[in-house]
Design a protein around this ligand. Structure first.
Ligand SMILES: Cc1ncc(COP(=O)(O)O)c(C=O)c1O
Length: 366
């Protein structure tokens, strides 16, 4: 899993330099509009006076933290606004390792590659738990790998890259193991607004001092460039998380936080529901087309990624480049996500051209 530059950037660069039109199914940047509150919030901020252009409180604007706390049903003191869920995940991992209960972090295979890279950066050791064929995570499989050295379990639901959604029983099982081993459960819920299965359970639905929940508006409000996310930390870890956040960042971006706060207040559920429906339809069209072309497809229960396996065409970097050159579709090689999905390729369905991409792939493999 070790590489200098994330494979993601290598594939993106190769696609950009290609000598033909290429449908980008690599990046996870939503292609739909943010809610209107974002632009309105930015405009309002621009004329609010330069005294408001100074640092925000390091842990985030109070009104934004209050909004998050109310939505998530937690105390405002436990909320730290971060530079996206990416930073919140890093803070949670650091907190787990600093508890001195071990240095082993349990991750799934396949895995979102930034997790093991961050664990490595923080001096921890990653151990992988293979997921089931349908992408599901069996807490018993996690228990088999857990040891006295385990300080953290990382769960991501809806999952990148498998599309699996973990239900309440799974989350309870994971938290029980975390408690048994005096470890933390980090539940990364950035795709929580994209659950097609209606089975998503936030780790917040289970009360425990052993869980950290991270989330962001990067995907849910289609603003990956704003870098607004958050972590919800248990009482005994939240001050440490705030301190590390402050020492690394000083504070987050104030205009972005202001706009997100306004958008939270003004956006109704239909905004999220409409995007979810649009994605579910895209997923259906894309997977049906690939299925007809003889590919094996992991049917996502949520999120916006699809893993597909084509006959005699493993998910290597070489084959990802071939698809760019010969088909005009850029996807991520499965080998970027660990060892259990090396035969697969991952496609991000955040493009209006997803259907055209499916047609191109089908024509190539038929
Ligand atoms: C599982 C997962 N966690 C975190 C992130 C990063 O999110 P953010 O933009 O909020 O930092 C991503 C981005 O693709 C992701 O897929």
């Amino acid at each position: 899993m070790e590489y200098e530059q994330p494979l993601f950037f290598q594939v993106m660069r190769y696609a950009q330099e290609a000598d033909r039109d290429v449908i980008d199914m690599v990046s996870g940047d939503p292609d739909w509009n943010p809610p209107p509150g974002i632009a309105d919030g930015l405009q309002e901020y621009a004329t609010s006076g330069s005294d408001r252009f100074q640092y925000s409180p390091s842990e985030g604007l109070l009104e934004l933290r209050e909004e998050i706390a109310a939505r998530e049903g937690v105390a405002v003191e436990n909320v730290v606004v971060t530079n996206g869920a990416g930073e919140a995940n890093y803070l949670a991992m650091a907190a787990a390792l600093e508890r001195d209960t071990g240095s082993e972090v349990l991750l799934t295979d396949p895995v979102y590659p930034y997790y093991p890279a961050k664990v490595g950066l923080l001096g921890g050791e990653s151990t992988y738990v293979p997921v089931a064929a349908d992408g599901g995570l069996d807490p018993e499989a996690v228990r088999e790998r857990a040891s006295e050295e385990t300080c953290l379990l990382v769960a991501n639901s809806p999952n990148n890259p498998t599309g699996a959604v973990y239900d309440c029983e799974t989350m309870e099982g994971l938290l029980t193991i975390a408690e048994e081993y005096d470890a933390l459960l980090l539940s990364d819920e950035v795709y929580s607004e994209f659950d097609f299965s209606n089975t998503f359970a936030s780790a917040l639905s289970i009360d425990s001092a052993h869980r950290v929940v991270t989330n962001s508006v990067s995907k849910s409000m289609a603003i990956t460039g704003f870098r607004v996310g958050y972590g919800i930390f248990p009482e005994e870890l939240v001050e440490r998380a705030k301190t590390r956040h402050m020492l690394v960042n000083v504070a987050g971006s104030r205009p972005a936080q202001h706009a997100v706060c306004r958008a939270f207040r003004e956006t109704d559920r239909e905004y999220y529901a409409a995007n979810r429906r649009m994605l579910a339809e895209r997923v259906e069209t894309f997977t049906e087309e690939l299925d007809r072309a003889g590919a094996a497809v992991m049917q996502p229960e949520g999120g916006f990624y699809v893993l597909a396996r084509f006959p005699d065409f493993p998910g290597t970097m070489g084959n990802a480049k071939r698809l760019i050159d010969e088909v005009g579709v850029a996807g991520m090689p499965g080998e970027a996500f660990g060892t259990t999905r090396e035969e697969w390729l991952r496609f991000a369905l955040v493009t209006p051209e997803a259907e055209e991409a499916a047609r191109r792939l089908a024509a190539f493999f038929e």
